[in-house]
Design a protein around this ligand. Structure first.
Ligand SMILES: C[C@](O)(CO)[C@H](O)COP(=O)(O)OP(=O)(O)OC[C@H]1O[C@@H](n2ccc(N)nc2=O)[C@H](O)[C@@H]1O
Ligand SMILES: Nc1ncnc2c1ncn2[C@@H]1O[C@H](COP(=O)(O)OP(=O)(O)OP(=O)(O)O)[C@@H](O)[C@H]1O
Length: 284
């Protein structure tokens, strides 16, 4: 049976570890990272149009529909496949922009997989991941939908099963643009690469984010969150920030931390997942 409307999750990701091991001639940084999904995120609704038009209503504050990654994903899919269908999209945004939670990238992956289904394209996951990479370095992991060890700029992925604790994710109330952190002179760019086995063996207590010292320096609001949350549980930056996450043993402990949150911060609790809720929804 075919359907004319799909409503799908676009989950957040965390970088449980992030090492910057080099820089390519085109300026992009080579990373080693562990990606994990959360059971918290945005939601994208897709309704088939037969006239080929692609619409997003309403658009996000500060991002025109044309720039929005879901519209760009839909156009890319149309131009690559010659598909003549269109779509009406609406996005329920819960993830902060410039938060390091991969919100825009996740939205793009949900659009790619959702439209592949809605338009009956039947593209292979490898092809969708390749198209996703053209939209952003973080898109392929959301297309693949498994927790992963990532290398390259984040596109060389090996699925892994990570521990799935409860997380408290705190946003300092300011965005941190990814390009500003990767462009900072003082950023560490020469961390020696390690094997995936060694990274996993070390466990969460050994995992670090190489962006953290630079982000601390450039964004005192993020440093404040790292100090506040770090005093209550082990805490780290995700991606290039602005969000900071801590892992705890139980939902009760997560709630306890949230109860005392200073009102200048916003926060949520979520469970770590090794399978993306997008894939669970599409397979269910
Ligand atoms: C920091 C991470 O979130 C870790 O998961 C990602 O590497 C960022 O991925 P993303 O947000 O999809 O990034 P993109 O939209 O591809 O790139 C934004 C900008 O960040 C810089 N950039 C990004 C990724 C990377 N590996 N090296 C970079 O130097 C580039 O200047 C690029 O123009
Ligand atoms: N659907 C979208 N949702 C959010 N941002 C979008 C979207 N489409 C385009 N953008 C642009 O992408 C920028 C980065 O947004 P995003 O939420 O992906 O940042 P992020 O969480 O820091 O990502 P990452 O973890 O990949 O660095 C935004 O500032 C916005 O200009």
């Amino acid at each position: 049976m075919t359907t004319d409307t799909l409503t799908l999750p676009a989950p957040a990701k965390l970088n449980r570890l992030l090492r910057i091991t080099g820089q390519r001639p085109d300026g992009y940084h080579e990373l080693q990272t562990l990606f994990q999904f959360l059971d918290h995120g945005d939601e994208l609704s897709l309704t088939l149009r037969r006239d080929g038009e692609i619409r997003l209503v309403p658009s996000l504050p500060g991002v025109s529909a044309e720039q929005n990654l879901v519209v760009r994903a839909a156009r890319l899919l149309q131009s690559e496949t010659g598909c003549r269908s269109g779509v009406d999209m609406s996005l329920t945004k819960r993830l902060p922009m410039g938060g390091g939670l991969g919100g825009g990238s996740s939205n793009a992956a949900t659009a790619l997989l959702g439209l592949d289904r809605l338009w009956g394209l039947g593209l292979h996951e490898d092809r969708l991941a390749e198209l996703g990479l053209r939209l952003g370095a973080d898109v392929p992991v959301f297309v693949r939908g498994r927790s992963a060890w990532a290398e390259g700029i984040g596109e060389r992925l090996t699925p892994v099963a990570l521990d799935t604790p409860w997380f408290v994710v705190v946003h300092p109330g300011i965005p941190v643009p990814t390009a500003a952190v990767f462009g900072a002179a003082q950023l560490t760019r020469n961390t020696p690469p390690i094997t995936m086995a060694r990274a996993l063996q070390g466990g969460a207590s050994s995992w670090r984010n190489d962006c953290e010292p630079t982000v601390r320096l450039l964004y005192p609001e993020v440093a404040e969150v790292l100090d506040w949350l770090g005093a209550r549980a082990p805490a780290m930056l995700t991606g290039t920030g602005a969000c900071v996450f801590a892992w705890v043993d139980s939902e009760t402990e997560a709630k306890r931390i949230l109860t005392n949150l200073p009102c200048r911060f916003t926060a949520f609790k979520a469970r770590g997942l090794n399978l993306s809720p997008l894939h669970a929804a599409l397979d269910g």
